[in-house]
Design a binder for this molecule. Structure first.
Ligand SMILES: [Zn+2]
Length: 361
């Protein structure tokens, strides 16, 4: 579904698509700061299948959405800055027209909708309030990771190979980011094979950095669109997969859960807005490069190169340039959100503020 297709008419009356996307990483913080009493908000939890869930009504109160409206299977939350849509029994939600994959489907019980506490703390809160991300490091370096290389060609496209497109996109991104003042480290800068542990090591030994792994997709020649991955939180399944015992083990990258999802959101939303790509969602996975990295890390799948139309699109240098530009713009937005977080925290040093229960669970 494209951005245009999933924007309802009532949506656009309240908030234009452009506004919505631009606001995505700068919403409720000011509002929140003005209402410190909410720090003590008491969430009423219910249990289902051994998990905690919170109600839409509690969420509305906590984030001060003036409007909460049910329309059939959909539930809309609306404020001046954020429009969020849940759908019963599905694990996709839309925040300002961008698709996110929940770890657990929206639950309906006795006519009320609930979301898992895990999705509240690991997805909704860091997206709606990125300025509340704690202990974030203000980065000045971006580690760019062109996927595959050497004997590992990655996906085979209609007009070229994933490894080639990924490297070319990273070079373009490098130029963009350097122009914005960032330092760049590349895990590879030639057509050479680098194993995944080495890529992780490069990221983990680079201070004040974020990590962006660049890939292109292939599936059945019919799939198309953009997807962005952040590491799955501990105790949740990878998107569209069943929960495994090994999912219960935390990974090193889980230290950065909040930054991971906020970075994925900023980059994904900016790419959708700039490129009008089909939105396949912000997803979760335990790819080795995401799992092992103790820096904010994402993996971007820029399009399906085995699809005739999208493969031809990716093959054009102008597309890869535009994608690089959009990723760079998303990185800038993420950094700005962290900077306002750093600035916003100062007045809160004294008195000590009680953190809301929704955070860091
Ligand atoms: Zn790949």
């Amino acid at each position: 579904m494209s951005l245009a297709e999933n924007s309802s008419p009532s949506n656009s009356r309240l908030c234009t698509r452009r506004d919505a996307l631009l606001r995505l990483l700068a919403p409720a913080a000011a509002l929140w700061a003005a209402h410190p009493a909410h720090a003590a908000f008491a969430w009423k939890l219910i249990q289902e299948d051994g998990r905690d869930y919170v109600s839409a009504q509690d969420l509305q109160k906590f984030y001060e959405f003036p409007i909460l409206k049910r329309e059939g299977r959909h539930l809309w939350f609306r404020s001046h800055a954020v429009i969020m849509r849940w759908t019963t029994a599905t694990d996709d939600i839309y925040i300002n027209n961008v698709k996110f994959c929940l770890s657990y489907p929206v639950l309906e019980k006795e006519g009320r909708l609930y979301i898992s506490r895990m999705d509240l703390s690991k997805l909704i809160d860091p997206i709606i309030r990125p300025t509340h991300i704690q202990n974030a490091v203000i980065f000045d370096t971006v580690v760019l990771d062109p996927g595959h290389g050497g004997h590992d060609s990655g996906a085979e496209g209609v007009l070229g190979l994933e490894k080639t497109y990924a490297l070319d996109t990273c070079f373009r991104l490098k130029r963009r980011l350097e122009a914005l003042g960032y330092k760049i480290v590349m895990t590879r800068s030639t057509d050479v094979f680098i194993d995944r542990p080495r890529r992780v090591e490069i990221a983990n030994t680079t201070p004040k950095a974020i990590f962006v792994s660049m890939h292109y997709n292939a599936h059945t020649r019919t799939a198309h669109g953009l997807e962005t991955f952040a590491l799955a939180p501990q105790g949740t399944a990878n998107t569209d997969k069943a929960l495994k015992v090994s999912d219960m083990t935390g990974r090193r990258g889980n230290e950065r859960d909040s930054e991971n999802i906020a970075l994925a959101t900023a980059v994904h939303a900016n790419c959708l807005y700039k490129l009008r790509s089909v939105d396949r969602g912000v997803k979760r996975h335990r790819f080795d490069v995401l799992a092992g990295i103790q820096r904010p890390a994402i993996l971007v799948e820029g399009g399906f190169i085995d699809n005739a139309m999208e493969g031809a699109r990716v093959h054009k240098p102008e597309f890869r340039e535009a994608l690089a530009d959009a990723i760079a713009g998303g990185i800038q937005k993420f950094r700005r959100a962290l900077l306002s977080a750093a600035a916003g925290r100062k007045p809160n040093r004294v008195p000590v503020r009680v953190e809301p229960q929704a955070k860091n669970r």
